[in-house]
Ligand binder design. Structure first.
Ligand code: NAD
Ligand code: MG
Length: 298
């Protein structure tokens, strides 16, 4: 699907598949391997140039979608990478582990549920142990369940969405900060939904606004330690989050159509900003929320 040469001049509207897409329900969290068309995570195209040589990174949700694209990019830029994911996602995760190792880097697989505070703290400790330290933390795991009406959101769903998207970010950053050296980078994953909330994603959109505020406040705190904190706010990206209950199948069919570029983004198209924010080239970038939306303005 992807061009082998990522630097070739091309029309971005024509670069990747456009709607309509086939309906493709999967139970959450879903597997990227079962998507039609399969997402492009940069497997055949991402070229590293030593921008993260010797860094040690932890990426939550690193098995699929945006997290997988970031894992591939980081490994090819020279970083050792630990990924976290849910046990049901082992098949996707093993593909990522192989891609990191193929790049000549150390890969660590740490499955487990981020809704559990004790696990979040262990995840950081295990990463530090296995990689010998931590320089880059990418908080990317997320839960998104669409509901037409506020009446249909159970307290259980509300709680799980907040635990996964907000509490886990708090637990993991709190555990990680004592390990992070000056020059380290924390990158969170917000959403266009923080600014332009979809009515059918009430609880999810609220967590994404919380993530943006948390990121900005934490950046203000950690500047005095020389640690930068930023957030990426994706628009519609072609990942398994959407067909596995994140949107109705009707919305999956037309996913990305309402953007100026007329199609959803592919995970490979967002990984480069996670590289920039993690690398020393981003040394003056902190406290920012960076949109990657195919032209949707917020
Ligand atoms: P994805 O489904 O590929 O990735 C999400 C990952 O979250 C899963 O792979 C899973 O490993 C992890 N996860 C969920 N619940 C978990 C739990 N309890 N414990 C541990 N891990 C858990 O989808 P994606 O689109 O790549 O999502 C990555 C991030 O991007 C999410 O934060 C999502 O909200 C955000 N985002 C996505 C889009 C989009 O259109 N795809 C738009 C805006 C923001
Ligand atoms: Mg996954």
């Amino acid at each position: 699907m992807a061009a082998k040469n990522p630097y070739e001049l091309r029309d971005p509207r024509e670069q990747y598949p456009k709607p309509p897409f086939p309906e493709q329900p999967q139970p959450a969290p879903g597997l990227a391997a079962r998507m039609v068309p399969e997402p492009d995570h940069g497997e055949d195209s991402y070229r590293g140039s030593g921008r993260l040589e010797g860094r040690r990174a932890l990426i939550t949700g690193g098995d699929s979608g945006i997290g997988r694209a970031v894992a591939i990019a980081y490994a090819r830029e020279g970083a050792d990478v630990a990924i976290n994911y849910l046990p049901d996602e082992e098949q996707d995760a093993q593909q990522v582990i192989k891609l990191i190792e193929d790049a000549g880097r150390k890969a660590v697989a740490i499955p487990g549920d981020l809704k559990d505070e004790a696990f979040c703290r262990q995840l950081v400790e295990r990463t530090v142990q296995e990689l010998g330290g931590l320089d880059i933390l990418v908080s990317n795991a997320g839960k998104q369940v669409f509901r037409e009406s506020v009446d249909e959101i159970t307290s259980e769903q509300f709680d799980q969405t907040f635990k996964t998207n907000v509490y886990a970010l708090f637990w993991i950053t709190q555990a990680a900060i004592p390990h992070l050296p000056a020059g380290a980078s924390i990158i969170t994953t917000s959403s266009i939904n923080a600014h332009q909330p979809s009515p059918t994603l009430l609880d999810y959109a609220t967590t994404k606004a919380a993530i943006a505020a948390y990121t900005e406040a934490l950046a203000g705190q950690l500047a005095e330690k020389g640690i930068r904190v930023n957030s990426v706010a994706p628009g519609p990206f072609w990942t398994v989050l959407q067909p596995s209950g994140g949107q109705s199948q009707e919305k999956v069919r037309t996913f990305g159509q309402d953007t100026p570029l007329g199609r959803p983004g592919q995970p490979a198209e967002i990984a480069p900003i996670y590289v920039l924010l993690a690398s020393q080239e981003g040394s003056y970038m902190t406290g920012g929320v960076y949109p990657v939306t195919g032209g949707k303005v917020f």
